[in-house]
Design a protein around this ligand. Structure first.
Ligand code: AMP
Ligand code: TRP
Length: 324
């Protein structure tokens, strides 16, 4: 069975961009792949500065995955920080990673361009930690959204470099990116992102969800005029959740005119509520049993450790660091 690995940062509430671009694939793939999925809390430390918030967001992300159908019997689901192997391998890999590669990292370049006052070493080193996350588990595929492609490529380069320099340890994985959902747009027309405040959250309370959807930016075409569905964010998001027939119906309405953006937003709101109805219910039940969630993470960390510790030992042997 082929193996996959992926992580999501607990840096905010997961949104439909995370879901369509990554989480849905993760959950679907549990049927046919050996899956390692984790909460990237060490990565989230680059942006979350409140300890209580980080703790809460981490547990909430676990709740989200379980509610969406992650089966802990099939998937090794764990918290990154429970395995010191990640940070340890990150250091070793950092010692063979050229500074210039990280300078070209898009998250780093963004931070520089936005003139973030004094970007941290953690942000600079982010791709090396991600390479460690990936290479430790020797996956075949890394299912992510388009924005993570460069990071997976950096991980491949680092892995190849290590193998060449010290001898074969790492498997070199492929990114797995679904074209149709590679980049989901947010309510303001930019990429949907926790850091832009333009998200539609999967598990937002109904009122909040409605507010987020009603806030989608549309053009000023009058209600009665025909509209171009392809350039409308509401329609484009609706498409992800609707079947072909529903999509066609809404498309016709747009083209005919007489359907306002307000109407299509309500349609989208109802669609999303129905689509996530079961997970929303399940999440409430699960949230009353947080001990169960902790138990899942504890068991996940134990299984993950068996793999991660073995890879790290091979790495240490190769580079000349004693293993106990
Ligand atoms: P993050 O919240 O940054 O940890 O992202 C978790 C996963 O969701 C990663 O695989 C991202 O590539 C994916 N993702 C985040 N935003 C989007 C988006 N707007 N469209 C598609 N995938 C996304
Ligand atoms: N950087 C990823 C993101 O923001 C999260 C992540 C951390 C990840 N480590 C990973 C994804 C390893 C895939 C594999 O989405």
């Amino acid at each position: 069975m082929k193996r996959i690995l992926s992580g999501v940062q607990p840096s905010g509430k997961p949104h439909i961009g995370n879901y369509l671009g990554a989480m849905r694939q993760h959950i679907e793939m549990q049927k046919n792949y050996e899956c390692f999925l984790f909460i990237a809390d060490l990565h989230a430390l680059t942006t979350v500065r409140e300890p209580q918030t980080l703790r809460e967001l981490s547990i909430e992300l676990a709740l989200d995955y379980l509610a969406l159908g992650l089966d802990p019997k099939k998937v090794t689901y764990f918290r990154q920080s429970d395995l010191p192997e990640h940070a340890e391998l990150c250091w070793i890999l950092g010692c063979i990673t050229p500074f210039s590669v990280l300078e070209r990292g898009h998250a780093w370049k963004d931070a520089r361009e936005k003139q973030t006052k004094d970007p941290t070493v953690g942000l600079f080193n982010y791709p090396v930690l991600m390479a460690a996350d990936i290479l430790l588990y020797k996956p075949d595929l890394v299912p992510v959204g388009q924005d993570q492609k460069q990071h997976v490529e950096i991980a491949r380069d680092i892995g190849q470099k290590f193998n060449r320099r010290f001898g074969e340890v790492f498997k070199i994985p492929e990114p797995y990116i679904r074209k149709d959902v590679a980049t989901v747009m947010g309510t303001d027309g930019r990429k949907m992102s926790k850091s832009y405040g333009n998200t539609i959250e999967i598990f937002a309370p109904e009122k909040e969800l409605k507010k987020q959807i009603m806030g989608i930016v549309t053009d000023s075409t009058p209600v009665e005029d025909p509209k171009d569905p392809t350039s409308c964010t509401v329609f484009n998001i609706f498409k992800y959740f609707a079947d072909k027939k529903e999509e066609k119906e809404l498309e016709e309405k747009y083209k005919k005119g007489g359907c306002g953006y307000g109407d299509s937003k309500i349609k989208l709101y109802e669609k999303i509520l129905t689509y996530f109805e079961e997970p929303r219910k399940k999440r409430i039940e699960l949230s009353m049993n947080l001990d169960y969630v902790e138990e899942v993470l504890k068991k996940g960390a134990e299984s993950a450790r068996a793999v991660a510790a073995d890879t790290l030992k091979q790495v240490k042997d190769k580079v000349g660091i004693p293993t106990t």
